[in-house]
Design a protein around this ligand. Structure first.
Ligand SMILES: Nc1nc2c(c(=O)[nH]1)N[C@H]1C(S)=C(S)[C@@H](COP(=O)(O)OP(=O)(O)OC[C@H]3O[C@@H](n4cnc5c(=O)[nH]c(N)nc54)[C@H](O)[C@@H]3O)O[C@H]1N2
Ligand SMILES: Nc1nc2c(c(=O)[nH]1)N[C@H]1C(S)=C(S)[C@@H](COP(=O)(O)OP(=O)(O)OC[C@H]3O[C@@H](n4cnc5c(=O)[nH]c(N)nc54)[C@H](O)[C@@H]3O)O[C@H]1N2
Ligand code: SF4
Ligand SMILES: [Mo]
Length: 750
């Protein structure tokens, strides 16, 4: 890299380690597993259930350390991190008598999580300043009354840590009411992938199984940082490089763990000296991935690396896509994405000459106003090179929560598959409501407009996960009753308060439930989780399944099922097998214990789940990525400032809205209130490293933010959520409602 390019792409600060992973990971493991909590931690790691943390999925019936292809693998330290949080002591019954809601609102995300586990049900009544204990009978009384409202005025939100069984029951309860308001965290996450892939292939999930990934020659990793968020995927990348394959990373930030990673799974060859991950690292402008992929397509055409025979036999609309690419000039492409033609050509050569290529992506692709186009452009590239419908190749959205994909499969979605709709109509013996349900963003808007009376949240943190925290708080404050089912306290429980009654139901987690449950990984693998016990011995907890079925029984009686019988989750699995296509094996999973890959999603040949069997291709317009002038932010003319495309995402030690540690050591960021910037941008605004600045967007500003220089491309910057959600409004991809969390126009000034 010449000096100019180096500066444009940013240089590492002196606190950045030389590689991701490495010994600190092992130290973390050792510290926790050898600590007083160690015994419980080990027991949980060995428990036959899927890891709580990410969608990669580890554990299940074959044991806590086995993956779906039977390999003995490490549970990464993120798994330990998430278990440690769950095995905290209970919050004492006296705690809330002494803590007013105003005091609780002062807590940071980390402090809220550290309060301990929810261990008895509580309520905050309107006009009261403290949460107080509430009896189960009163809970059901309030909740039942709250659901006796017009179906359009009741809603649910969910987060993908719960089980398939609770997801299925939740949607059945809501749809039996006539409500389609099933908002889910996936609306803020991979909805563009689900939407885009469904249009193209007839199936909205990854088409690459773990086995298939092991056959690939090249992974194109776009807008994802698995060294933080899916650590075991790193092992697959290391093995790929070891067998001579290539990894192309596309990310405005040069993430150290994607450059070099020391994996504890390979103590001799990788842990200490690190393994090289990226063969090629491209740092485009945030939000410009369509341009980059159109560039790759253009180069593939020019180098005659397009598989026309494949296009003719297995795709539709390919001519239009090629036509658009031909009409787009190199100048347009390189201006929009900020990557040189030569670098794009290098990427195209690698992709076009690798026999089998997997295209994997996460939030850097989906969380944009053109998130669906981003997905189309990646999948178009796969199709142009014949890389879909064969082993070792295909499109692979890297999903988020450990069971978020299961929630979608179970029908917790505002875009229900027709086959499920029909099966549910048969079960309910009447048509489902045709009123369009609220996804997460439209739920917030509807609540803000006073159109929601009752909300049930099965996990998650609706308040802190959304953009514009002031709006989220106001909107939730107009809902009359909110019922939160949760394992641990979070910001939402203290800021996302209802107008009349806010109820918190303490629930058992995946390894504590008295019954078996199932979860689905991002690789379409369904795992069976054994029953377990909780360390919260004197607590008054309930399983999600028991609460939802009990509530549904009170709302619906025995319609359309005997809800209480479903407290034995075996019967829920039988219902799932009957009504959800691809899940037939659920019917006797309890007997067979045969975990399985869902049918109809992995395509071994280029015959897709569309009506024609061909993949549909879509033209992807290049985005307009101008940033506003500093004047647009109405800061005094005298202030020197710089406008950046602010990416918001995860630090090394957090799980979504829950912060475990303040520092992000692999990016050299010492605490939460920092902005990672390119040195050239900062200097243009007269800002020095470690100086304190204001970062302002269209909904507010954060002050006293410390500037950290790092390997982020010029014009872009990075901050952490949930804190940063205070300052910007939601701009969404209209097709699926996902906010542009990864491109927030913001001004930085001292
Ligand atoms: N430990 C841990 N694991 C997790 C989570 C967690 O919080 N902690 N969260 C889970 C969930 S719900 C999810 S969705 C996933 C999230 O996993 P990721 O998607 O990996 O996480 P993010 O931090 O949101 O963003 C990923 C990357 O996108 C890059 N990026 C930003 N903008 C752009 C862009 O315009 N183009 C490109 N190409 N790249 C861009 C960022 O630099 C960053 O490296 O992880 C899951 N796993
Ligand atoms: N600015 C910005 N905002 C973002 C994102 C971003 O990248 N940038 N990412 C978005 C994404 S990808 C997502 S997925 C959302 C995440 O949004 P959510 O899924 O709504 O939020 P989480 O922080 O994962 O929710 C954590 C809470 O879930 C509860 N919980 C944990 N386990 C269980 C369980 O087993 N059962 C129940 N009932 N509750 C449980 C605990 O109380 C915990 O505090 O945030 C989105 N918001
Ligand atoms: S990669 Fe994900 S599923 Fe596997 S152990 Fe780590 S956090 Fe758990
Ligand atoms: Mo997510």
């Amino acid at each position: 890299m010449n000096e100019d390019r180096k500066a444009i792409n940013g240089e590492p600060n002196q606190d950045t380690p030389k590689m991701g992973g490495g010994l600190p990971v092992v130290e973390y493991w050792a510290r926790h597993t050898l600590s007083p909590e160690g015994l419980k931690l080990w027991q949980t790691l060995f428990h036959k259930s899927a890891c709580l943390s990410c969608s990669w999925g580890t554990g299940g019936q074959k044991g806590g350390f086995t993956n779906e292809v039977g390999e003995k693998v490490q549970r990464c330290m993120k798994s330990v991190e998430s278990i440690s949080a769950e095995i905290q002591p209970p919050i004492s019954t006296q705690f809330f008598a002494h803590q007013t809601i105003t005091q609780l609102q002062q807590l940071s995300s980390l402090e809220a999580d550290r309060l301990g586990r929810w261990s008895f049900p509580i309520i905050l009544r309107s006009g009261k300043s403290n949460y107080e204990h509430i009896s189960w009978s009163e809970i059901y009384q309030i909740a039942t009354a709250a659901f006796q409202k017009p179906p359009e005025r009741v809603a649910s939100y969910s987060s993908g840590r719960s089980s398939n069984e609770s997801a299925y029951l939740l949607q059945l309860m809501m749809r039996a009411l006539g409500s389609n308001n099933l908002a889910d965290c996936s609306d803020l996450c991979h909805a563009p992938s689900t939407f885009g892939l469904k249009q193209m292939f007839g199936s909205g999930t990854s088409m690459v199984s773990l086995e298939s990934l092991k056959q690939t020659d090249c992974v194109v990793l776009v807008g994802a940082n698995p060294s933080y968020n899916h650590p075991r995927l790193m092992n697959e990348l290391i093995k790929l490089r070891d067998r001579g394959g290539k990894v192309i990373v596309i990310n405005p930030v040069r993430e150290i763990g994607l450059v070099k990673f020391g994996s504890p799974s390979f103590p001799v060859t990788s842990l200490i000296q690190g393994s090289e991950i990226a063969s090629l690292y491209l740092q485009p402008i945030p939000g410009s991935d369509v341009a980059l992929f159109v560039g790759i397509q253009k180069s593939l055409i020019e180098k005659n690396l397009v598989d026309y025979k494949y296009l003719r036999s297995h795709t539709e609309n390919w001519q239009e896509v090629i036509e658009q690419v031909n009409q787009t000039t190199w100048e347009e492409i390189t201006t929009v994405c900020g990557i040189s033609q030569a670098e794009i050509e290098t990427a195209a050569t690698i992709i076009g000459s690798s026999p089998k290529v997997v295209f994997a992506w996460a939030m850097g692709i989906t969380q944009h106003e053109n998130g669906v186009d981003n997905v189309y452009s990646i999948a178009n590239t796969a199709l142009l090179t014949g890389n879909a419908g064969k082993e070792g190749a295909g499109t692979m959205p890297i999903r988020g929560h450990s069971n978020v994909q299961g929630f979608g499969s179970m029908g917790v979605t505002v875009r229900l598959k027709q086959e499920i709709q029909q099966a549910l109509e048969k079960l309910l013996d009447r048509p489902l409501s045709r009123v369009q349900g609220y996804d997460t963003r439209s739920l917030i808007e509807a609540a803000d407009g006073g159109e929601i009376d009752t909300l049930i949240c099965v996990g998650g943190n609706l308040y802190a996960a959304n953009p514009d925290s002031t709006q989220a708080k106001r909107a939730l404050g107009k809902i009359k009753t909110i019922i939160y089912l949760a394992t641990k306290p979070n910001l939402g429980h203290f800021h996302g308060l209802a107008q009349q009654n806010t109820i918190i139901i303490p629930v058992l987690n995946r390894f504590e439930n008295p019954h078996k449950t199932t979860t689905e990984s991002g690789n379409n693998f369904v795992r069976l989780n054994d029953e377990g016990t909780t360390h919260l011995k004197d607590a008054d907890l309930i399983s999600e399944v028991e609460f939802i079925t009990e509530l549904a029984h009170r709302i619906h009686g025995e319609y359309p099922v005997n809800w209480r019988k479903l407290q034995d989750t075996k019967y829920v699995r039988q219902l799932i097998a009957q009504t959800i296509p691809g899940f037939e094996k659920m019917a006797n999973l309890d007997e067979t214990k045969q975990e399985f890959t869902i049918g109809g999603r992995i395509f071994p040949e280029p015959k897709f789940a569309t009506s024609s069997g061909k993949a549909a291709m879509f033209v992807t317009p290049l985005p307009q990525l101008d940033l506003p002038d500093p004047k647009a932010f109405k800061i005094p003319d005298s202030k020197k400032s710089v406008v950046v495309a602010l990416m918001t995402g995860r630090s090394y030690s957090q799980h979504n809205t829950v912060v475990y540690k303040v520092a992000d050591k692999y990016r050299g960021i010492p605490h939460r209130n920092c902005i990672l910037m390119n040195q050239i941008d900062a200097e243009m605004a007269g800002i020095k490293e470690h100086q304190r600045v204001t970062v302002q967007a269209d909904a507010g500003k954060l002050e006293n933010v410390e500037v950290i220089f790092g390997t982020v491309r010029q014009g872009a910057a990075l901050m952490f959520y949930p804190e940063v959600n205070a300052i910007f409004k939601a701009r969404i991809d209209r097709r699926c409602g996902t906010p542009a969390f990864k491109r927030v126009p913001a001004v930085v000034y001292a």
